[in-house]
Design a protein around this ligand. Structure first.
Ligand SMILES: [Zn+2]
Length: 76
């Protein structure tokens, strides 16, 4: 399980490290979320929002984070 998750908002699919409400897999629509690229966006969980393009900055940062967590998981 990666520490980040994807959240559509502001016209793109961003990734975020923000804590989600307990028991909720996705940020509810309208929740303010800090993204990996440093934006504060309002989450949008509509069907259409998930078809938005992935934010390139968040994508790059998400890859760095998952590479880190995979490495530390294997060394233990
Ligand atoms: Zn982003």
């Amino acid at each position: 399980m990666h520490p980040f998750h994807w959240v559509p908002g502001d016209g793109a699919r961003h990734a975020s490290l923000d804590a989600r409400p307990e028991g909720v897999f996705l940020h509810p629509t309208g929740a303010e979320v800090r993204t990996l690229c440093g934006l504060d966006v309002l989450a949008d969980n509509s069907q259409l929002a998930w078809l938005w393009e992935t934010c390139p900055e968040c994508n790059a940062e998400a890859h760095r984070i998952s590479a880190r967590s995979t490495t530390s998981g294997r060394t233990r």
